[in-house]
Design a protein around this ligand. Structure first.
Ligand code: SF4
Length: 367
């Protein structure tokens, strides 16, 4: 099996073992006893087992905003095993037709703008849902009920697209269990559907999974300078670009996810350079099937407060009241996004740059 091999690059991401050095498995008893739970247990045999009634609201792990030393340690040293209770595919219509029921939530990486912690609090280590057979069975029935896709849309011209990674990064999840491998295998057999996930981590183990074009990986990209400040613990941008052709050759559909686009002095020059990097670093097979989505930064007042406590430099980029406006979300949080005029100008500037520097790159949607 091919593994990511660290070199001397100073911006190396932590490799699997350093990104995760699991010392405690917080487990619902049913989850631990299941075949998937036993698999995770076998991958981390030295971890202490802590039995919990529910994967939600574990006091020692969740909601502990502000204490960053512990926050990163929790992401590295703790895993949670739970059973996903409610299985639903939610309509989306932007990047995917449907958001598939999660097979995990939480993340070992620590992007400063990440909205995933909104559910469990800011440490949010990975929770693996062990009832993967039920989740795959639910998806199979859902795909069958849709029948063929007869009207092309921005998600895909032919297939119903299911996003697998709304609450996690699937490339890192695949270090922990075979949930992602099982999903990729399942989608292989469903010709009317396609799996999709965005990722900031290059996990070369995924190259062995033979997806047969039924899984779309969207590598998230932003200028290297922004990424170094904001995408903590992720794979450096140029290594993500360097992996693209390998994933195409392995049978993945590979798109790019320009997200989040951060408006700051000089941002257009840096995005132009990123587009050049992408063009120079990838071959014809990628370019022939490539598409991009553009997502302008959305931030959050609570997350802003937390970030000020541990990574204030990130807030120099993320928190810019003169060009942002607030909007209360459905969950009652104050989200912050660029003013309409700033956002429209940003989208226009980036799509113009794409037309000029990477004319082969279709923009699937901009938001
Ligand atoms: S990789 Fe995705 S899920 Fe993980 S911290 Fe970054 S934005 Fe959040």
């Amino acid at each position: 099996m091919t593994r990511f091999v660290p070199d001397q690059d100073p911006f190396l991401p932590p490799s699997g073992p350093r990104l995760l050095n699991v010392r405690r498995l917080w487990a619902e008893p049913d989850a631990l006893a299941s075949p998937r739970g036993r698999q995770v247990r076998a991958r981390f045999p030295d971890a202490e087992i802590v039995t919990v009634a529910s994967h939600w609201n574990i006091d020692q792990l969740h909601g502990n905003a502000g204490n960053v030393d512990r926050w990163i340690r929790v992401k590295t040293e703790d895993l949670v095993l739970g059973v996903k209770k409610s299985l639903t595919a939610r309509p989306n219509g932007r990047s995917a037709d449907w958001i598939a029921p999660s097979t995990s939530n939480g993340c070992a990486m620590a992007c400063a703008y990440c909205y995933v912690p909104r559910r469990k609090g800011y440490a949010n280590p990975i929770t693996v849902f062990t009832n993967i057979d039920k989740i795959v069975g639910y998806l199979e029935r859902h795909v069958r009920r849709q029948g063929p896709k007869t009207v092309p849309n921005q998600c895909d011209p032919h297939a119903w697209v299911y996003d697998l990674g709304e609450n996690s990064d699937c490339s890192v999840d695949a270090l922990v269990s075979d949930n992602v491998a099982d999903l990729i295998t399942a989608f292989r057999a469903w010709p009317t559907a396609k799996a999709s996930f965005a990722t900031k981590y290059v996990n070369r183990d995924l190259l062995d999974l033979d997806p047969r074009e039924r899984t779309r990986i969207r590598f998230s990209l932003m200028p290297e300078a922004d990424s170094r400040l904001l995408d903590l613990r992720s794979t450096p941008i140029r290594q993500r670009i360097a992996a693209i052709d390998d994933f195409v050759a392995a049978g993945y559909e590979v798109h790019v996810n320009f997200s989040p686009v951060v408006v700051r002095p000089g941002w257009e020059e840096d995005w132009a350079e990123l587009l050049e990097q992408l063009s120079d670093g990838t071959g014809g097979a990628f370019k022939a099937q490539a598409a991009a989505e553009i997502i302008m930064l959305t931030h959050n007042e609570q997350l802003h407060e937390v970030n000020l406590g541990w990574h204030p430099k990130s807030e120099d980029l993320l928190w810019q009241p003169p060009i942002q406006q607030a909007k209360r979300s459905q969950s009652g949080m104050w989200n912050v996004r660029y003013r309409n005029d700033v956002k429209a100008a940003g989208v226009r500037a980036l799509t113009d740059l794409i037309a000029e520097r990477t004319p082969w790159l279709t923009v699937r949607y901009a938001f």
